[in-house]
Design a protein around this ligand. Sequence first.
Ligand code: NDP
Length: 331
Amino acid sequence: MFKAWKITKTDAEGYRCALVDVDEGELPEGDVTVQVEWSTVNYKDGLAFTGRSPVVRQFPMVPGIDLAGTVAASRHPRWRVGDRVILNGWGAGETWWGGMAQKACVRGDWLVALPPGLTTRQAMAIGTAGYTAMLCVQALQRHWAEAGVAAGSGEVLVTGAGGGVGSVAVALLAALGHAVVASTGRPQEADYLKALGAAEVIERQTLAAPGKPLQKERWIGVVDAVGSHTLANACASTRYGGAVTACGLAQGMDLPTTVAPFILRGVTLYGIDSVMAPLHRREAAWAQLDALLDRRRLDQMTREVPLAEAAALGSQILAGQVRGRVVVNVS
Ligand code: NDP
């Protein structure tokens, strides 16, 4: 038996989430069993814990889109007992039992080897949020390399900067030598964002309201975790030939923009998906996170909760009340 959060949905009781003891025989049939050490609370985990949005598509479900731990059994050619592994996405916590449990049985094809310089706890302090931030930054890096844009030649905007994706993006871009402008609805967190490497902190309201189709050119690149008017305004204020990466919808799923930034300024909008990203992109992202992310900054943005407290963080993260990242001590 092992401990796991379990989400059930029935006509009689509705959507329920409880910490229960689970028999190992109930695990789904994957080819690798992982002794989970750490998981994490991402925005999507908040949606799953609360049931606010239908991210869970099968019941019963163990939530948790991320996990890190040690291989306990394997029928997969790439993995041996004792290997340290990370799982991000692929439907974990949505269509396949995920990381909010002491054991998981998953497909070996989904796993990434823990990079040599990271602990399983650090990997989950990064989690899907941080790995997605890295995917955004790498898309910008490829764009800048092709466009001949050097670090330090202009400002880079990060929206939702106080959240998980945003905090890691600020730290990564600063480590690459960029002047990072962090947009937040929590001006009281300005010192925190500056400690992560932000050169300037701006109030998110300036971006969140409807704006003009073309605005003063400012950003050479953008990491946007927010969507809606914020993303539209970010596109409208990106410099000629610059790039915007869209990965989130904390403000909204809509995108009330015009074609003007794209056809008059050659702005490129990159969509970033972490869930189904191919293995080579995942491995490249984790390798650069290992090489680039300052561990002190990672510690500054991370708080730890035991497995029993993970669900309570669900509504907090949806309310934008969680700063940075939360690791869940599963063992
Ligand atoms: P967090 O809740 O940690 O961060 C989101 C941040 O957005 C908040 O901290 C807040 O930052 C800001 N925010 C919240 N509400 C609003 C609002 N109404 N208007 C403007 N800004 C708002 O979540 P994550 O960092 O884990 O995820 C961020 C987004 O990215 C989510 O939408 C998530 O679903 C998405 N995502 C997508 C992935 C993908 O594969 N494409 C993978 C991972 C995440 P502040 O207080 O600083 O303003």
